[in-house]
Design a binder for this molecule. Structure first.
Ligand SMILES: [Zn+2]
Ligand SMILES: [Zn+2]
Length: 581
């Protein structure tokens, strides 16, 4: 296995080869930049109109062209030379001018007949080393990532040192496609996002809603055990509330325009915090009531750019397992740790082990509420808590919320991309802005600390990751249908109905496949629907008041008395087991 540096060089060299080939086939295209990225490379071109169908032709030409590439020849050049060499390519000239201004030296690299402006980082002998690559997709991308600039054509590819590694990676991509939550969401009728309702707005279908309801019930019950008070708050509120909280000043780009109600401006809520603050403010609070934990499965609405919307992973309306803990400053570290441990336990229940924690602190560039001393203290408290919880964390500048530092749980999706799910945030600012008080033990009025937390984060995003992680074969407690009864012949329909009734009365989600199909077809369809248990019933089973149990992975468990099966299924459901047998 070659090291990462070699892989980067290999992939960046492949980007050169791609640009050379595109210029050969489409002489009017303007190459811009072509870096290596995780698992591959891309190159952005202006003046190039192609589709995915053109990729195999480009790939073939790349294979032919690379045979003449025996090395990368480099040469130092002046800005004047660059301007001459890349005449008509304003992108290369813009980059070179900037490098020159920063005092960096300029280099060009030549292999075959192709010359590119480049800082270096190539393999030594492309004709020998650069053989195992594939072009993957075409997409639009703005020059330098800014919407103000022109949209360019980006070609993505991947390159590996051996055929075997390339094949492995392509297989992995295939597998990820099969697990894509948008595809499975459609097939399993979990959710839909359509243009009629609007992009980025989710309609949860019946099957997805069963899963969501199970998750919500689980969260609410667990939190009630931990002393949380669950509430419901409205989806809109007066604009003045959001001005007071600071959202209107510092979070406006994510908020939708105000609506007019009786000549007063109202906003749909981007966060639930100010609503929960109202319940704290209801009456004078004593230290004896703290920590006061107010929780809600709450929907929020945030603007996301249309180009960034992505299935359930990034949407414009979503629901959080939100809560706000009002506590004394002394309690804040322990409360933070409690939330942290709770989140870890939850992830275990859902079978997630591959996650990291990112502690977001301030950056110098952004705007935040409050003074330096407050921030230093809050950041220190968060670090203390993470250390005390013995967590594996890394610090990321600029990832704080505008009112305080936050710790985010990052979970990987099927493509290996990390998504922020759970979050815990320590906040000294909002209690001050809303002038929240409690009477301390010494009789003096003091300001509480607020902890904002959502262990699962957005239920929509969490659902996407669940779908991809399990490829739609959810743990049994979440499965929309837990058992499918499959009568072998029409003769067995009556017994199938009786079995159905017994299972249903035991609280199991069950269906009978009454279609006039072969058993083989019924099994195949139940497997497609990822139903955990198939209960096959024929004459033999009817006679012995039993069923033949089959699992969705094809495993044949054999005959079992109905009572015994109910006991097994109930146990797996109630313990939220990840296995079936
Ligand atoms: Zn290069
Ligand atoms: Zn909040």
């Amino acid at each position: 296995m070659k090291d990462q540096r070699y892989l980067d060089h290999l992939r960046h060299s492949a980007a050169h080869l791609l640009a050379a080939t595109v210029l050969e086939l489409y002489p009017k295209a303007k190459p811009t930049i072509g870096p290596s990225i995780e698992n591959g490379f891309y190159y952005d071109f202006d003046n190039l109109k192609i589709s995915a169908e053109d990729l195999s032709k480009i790939e073939k030409t790349m294979q032919a062209l690379v045979k003449d590439w025996s090395n990368f020849n480099h040469q130092k050049v002046t800005l004047a030379q660059v301007k001459k060499q890349f005449q008509g390519n304003k992108y290369k000239i813009e980059l070179a001018s900037e490098f020159a201004k920063e005092g960096k030296s300029l280099t060009i690299y030549k292999s075959g007949d192709f010359t590119d402006l480049c800082r270096g980082g190539h393999i030594e002998n492309p004709s020998h080393e650069l053989k195992y690559f594939k072009l993957l997709s075409v997409a639009g991308a703005y020059w330098r990532g800014s919407e103000k600039n022109k949209m360019l054509t980006r070609i993505y590819g991947t390159a590996w040192p051996t055929q075997k590694e390339l094949d492995n990676y392509l297989n992995q991509l295939e597998e990820a496609k099969k697990r894509d939550h948008r595809k499975l969401g459609r097939e399993l009728e979990l959710f839909t996002i359509n243009n009629e309702v609007g992009p980025g707005i989710t309609l949860w279908l019946a099957n997805g809603s069963i899963i969501r309801r199970e998750i919500e019930n689980f969260m609410v019950n667990e939190q009630i055990k931990m002393g949380y008070k669950h509430v419901y708050s409205p989806h809109i509120g007066q604009k003045s509330l959001w001005e007071k909280s600071g959202h209107w000043d510092l979070y406006r780009e994510k908020m939708y325009s105000p609506m007019d109600v009786d000549r007063t401006e109202y906003l749909v809520k981007p966060m639930t915090c100010p609503m929960h603050i109202q319940s704290y403010e209801l009456k004078p609070r004593s230290y004896k009531e703290l920590p006061l934990k107010i929780a809600e499965i709450g929907s929020v609405y945030r603007y996301e750019k249309s180009g960034e919307l992505s299935g359930l992973l990034r949407v414009r309306a979503f629901t959080q397992d939100d809560a706000h803990i009002f506590c004394t400053p002394q309690q804040s570290v322990d409360q933070f740790i409690e939330v942290f441990r709770f989140t870890q336990e939850l992830y275990q229940v859902f079978g997630f082990t591959d996650y990291r924690v990112r502690l977001g602190v301030r950056s110098k560039k952004e705007k935040y509420l409050g003074d330096d001393a407050h921030w230093k203290r809050a950041e220190q408290r968060a670090i203390d808590a993470l250390k005390k919880a013995k967590s594996n964390y890394f610090i990321s500048e600029g990832d704080a919320a505008f009112y305080g530092p936050k710790a985010d749980f990052l979970i990987k999706d099927a493509l290996g991309r990390e998504w922020q799910c759970g979050t815990v945030q320590v906040d000294f600012m909002l209690p001050e802005r809303f002038n929240l008080k409690y009477v301390a033990q010494d009789g003096k009025e003091k300001t509480p600390v607020m902890i904002h937390r959502a262990p699962l984060g957005s239920l929509e995003r969490f659902m996407a990751i669940l779908i991809e992680n399990y490829a739609g074969a959810f743990p049994i407690w979440l499965s929309p249908i837990q058992v499918k009864v499959l009568p072998i012949t029409e003769r067995n329909l009556g017994y199938a109905q009786k079995t159905y009734k017994e299972l249903q009365e035991a609280g199991i989600r069950v269906e009978v496949d009454e279609r006039n199909e072969t058993l083989q077809a019924k099994i195949r369809d139940a497997q497609m629907e990822k139903v955990p248990y198939m209960a096959i019933v024929g004459d033999k089973e009817e006679k012995s008041q039993s069923l033949s149990l089959r699992l969705r992975d094809g495993k044949d468990v054999g005959q079992m008395k109905i009572d015994k099966f109910i006991e097994l299924a109930k146990d797996k459901i109630e313990t939220k087991a990840l296995d079936l047998i």
